[in-house]
Design a protein around this ligand. Sequence first.
Ligand code: SF4
Ligand code: SF4
Length: 194
Amino acid sequence: MNDLREELYRLPGGEKFNLCIQCGTCSASCPSVSAMRYSPRQVIALVRAGMVQEVLHSNAVWMCASCYMCTVRCPRDIQPTELMHTLQLLAARLGLIADRSPAPAFYRAFRASVKAHGRAHEFGIMFNFLLGRPGKALRMLPVAISLFRRGRLSLRVPRTRGASELATILSALRQGGESETPAALTVAQGGVSA
Ligand code: SF4
Ligand code: SF4
């Protein structure tokens, strides 16, 4: 696991983790902190202590809303948001989806929509996401009806003019023109010791 911590330190911006003064500004700014097992400040502290597994088994990274408030407000120019994103990838690759978080399934539905249409199609995303989740779908039905009535949810599939160019870019990325895999994930794929 210390190998993994060292790899996280080698990520762009990772060299700054040791500059964290544990001031808590990131946690105080985070809109999701009340739902997180570990606050952004604690995530930084755990990573520094080499307790990456602890973080990966928690729901903390999946609760991140990617709002970048922590990154913007950090007095030491640390980037907790990027760390959260890398830890999400890492947890997904290792099959550690904590607390049965629905976040990875939602991200997959979002990505599939962008890949297919060049932009997000809200109805399609929610349909894919709720497929196999009848209880949740039923609970969200009144909200969906209300959004339809207000014209905020449309069945019409939008397409950007650059959809084919985007597909070409994504295909080039997948074929290794540019690595999508941070160094830390390469270590994880080779096996992570607890
Ligand atoms: S705001 Fe920056 S320095 Fe303060 S605890 Fe968070 S990461 Fe550390
Ligand atoms: S980017 Fe994530 S961790 Fe940072 S403040 Fe926003 S929700 Fe919290």
